[in-house]
Design a protein around this ligand. Structure first.
Ligand code: ARG
Length: 458
């Protein structure tokens, strides 16, 4: 008979046992459940609601149970339904009466919300560490490839040359923002629902603040109905994970493109590539593709919880049991994806020669040639048109802007002089973008300083 079986005459239908159980998922929260129960027991003893002797017995036995679960020697039974009843049931089997007093002034509704918040905090914290490693990998690659230029793109068409370090640091900033979203998710979870009991609070003289403090929460949730039914903190974690997965996916997409024969910008290390079972020559960017692919399940978990919660009346409803699987899945997915991506970035080779050669294609100097005219007094729109015409001449002749003789430039505008060559040189073009946040080596060095400072601050 279940721990709640007093008012029932019959056992649950066999078909509902596995269906209703959350144990396969929430057994991963055993540490949180035990920490919450210990805090509750100590608070009950401090408030003289249970004896110190009972409290000691409870806490000692919970420590034993935790050790056995850690060691894998604890046996779970699906009839226990969830981690709360699995542990409380075993506690009572071992220490009798004292174990039965643990649930005084508490409900599984505030208990599960407590466990889930503790778990969300731990997951957010671990993801923050993984996020920092990812950012270190990007900084390392930016530092090791100083001075490498490649065609910056818009619409996946060659646009203007940029430094590879600048390109990599653009990803750095995405992950830097993700870190702050994780911090916000951590803070959202950092409030104790324990003491809300089933939904309305309790008649026992409990001390919610003492229990909350012992569990390491920053604050106590003020409304008991809200405490047992709020899952916004999981949504915050899902959103942080989803945005970070999107950033990883964009980077993964570039890795897939860049490692293709058509681009050839990067060569992945063997450790982060796979072969084909039929084509002996293949070296595939499987793991970048998989990171991109796993984004879907992370978004799915966010959507799943939004939909689960949208029609729920106050307060606890069993629908909420569906909240933990996606949270654990998204956190695991992100922590693996971040580790794999960090490894891939730190071990791949960026092919500087190929990237530089690619800068010869697509008239990357066109904007600078127009700026040359504008700086000599011509309105920019007019300059734009003249350079557009010069590009057309190049297209017709099958040459580059810097292949055109000075006479052709001067025919297009008498403002052109021999100094036009510096507007046609890739390094000079990159070097001229010295504005804050621009791609010149000096601006990128400054950005590197900022980046390092944010890494240290986080
Ligand atoms: N296994 C449940 C969950 O994960 C625990 C809370 C159950 N409460 C209840 N009244 N049925 O949500």
């Amino acid at each position: 008979m279940a721990l709640w079986g007093g008012r029932f005459k019959e056992d649950v239908a066999a078909a509902t046992q596995e269906f209703g159980a959350s144990l396969p998922v929430d057994k991963h929260l055993y540490k949180q459940d035990i920490a919450g129960s210990k805090a509750h027991a100590r608070m009950l003893a401090k408030q003289h609601i249970i004896s110190q002797g009972d409290c000691d017995a409870i806490v000692g036995c919970l420590t034993d149970i935790e050790g056995e679960i850690d060691a894998g020697s604890f046996s779970f039974h699906i009839e226990d339904e969830d981690i709360h009843m699995a542990i409380e049931g075993e506690l009572t089997r071992r220490i009798g009466e004292a174990g039965k007093r643990l649930h005084t002034g508490r409900s599984r509704n505030d208990q599960v919300a407590t466990d889930t918040r503790l778990a969300a905090k731990a997951l957010a914290h671990d993801l923050m560490q993984a996020n920092l490693h990812m950012r270190e990998a990007l900084i390392g690659a930016a530092r090791d490839n100083e001075g490498v230029v490649l065609p910056g793109m818009t619409h996946l068409q060659h646009a203007q040359p940029v430094l590879l370090s600048h390109h990599l640091l653009a990803y750095y900033w995405m992950f830097e923002r993700d870190f702050h979203r994780l911090t916000a998710a951590f803070e959202a979870a950092d409030a104790s629902p324990l003491g809300a009991a089933a939904l309305a609070g309790t008649t026992y003289p409990i001390d919610r603040v003492a229990a909350s403090y012992e569990m390491g929460f920053a604050r106590v949730i003020c409304n008991s109905l809200d405490a047992v039914s709020d899952r916004d903190f999981i949504l915050d974690l899902h959103f942080a994970c989803s945005t970070m997965a999107m950033h990883l996916s964009r980077l993964a997409e570039e890795i897939v493109l860049w490692s293709s024969s058509e681009f050839g910008y990067i060569t992945l290390s063997d450790a982060y590539s796979t072969g084909s079972s039929i084509m002996p020559q293949k070296k595939n960017p499987d793991f970048a593709e998989l990171i991109r692919g796993k984004t879907g399940r992370v978004y799915g978990n966010l959507l799943q919880l939004l939909v689960t919660c949208k029609g729920l009346p106050l307060a606890y409803n069993k629908d909420l049991q569906e909240d933990k699987g996606g949270m654990l899945d998204s956190a695991r997915t992100l922590s693996q994806s971040l580790a794999v991506m960090a490894g891939m970035i730190s071990t791949c080779t960026f092919n500087a020669d190929v990237m530089r050669a690619a800068c010869e294609v697509g008239h990357l100097a066109a904007t600078d040639v127009a700026d040359y005219l504008a700086k000599k007094g011509m309105p920019f729109r007019e300059a734009h048109e003249i350079v557009g015409h010069l590009v057309l001449v190049c297209e017709e002749r099958g040459c580059r802007l810097d292949d055109l003789p000075l006479a052709v430039f001067q025919e297009a505008s008498p403002l052109f002089g021999p100094d036009i060559v510096s507007s046609l040189d890739i390094d000079a073009i990159v070097g001229a973008r010295t504005t804050m946040g621009g791609t010149s080596p000096s601006a990128v060095r400054e950005q590197m300083r900022l980046v390092r400072a944010t890494l240290v601050a986080d």
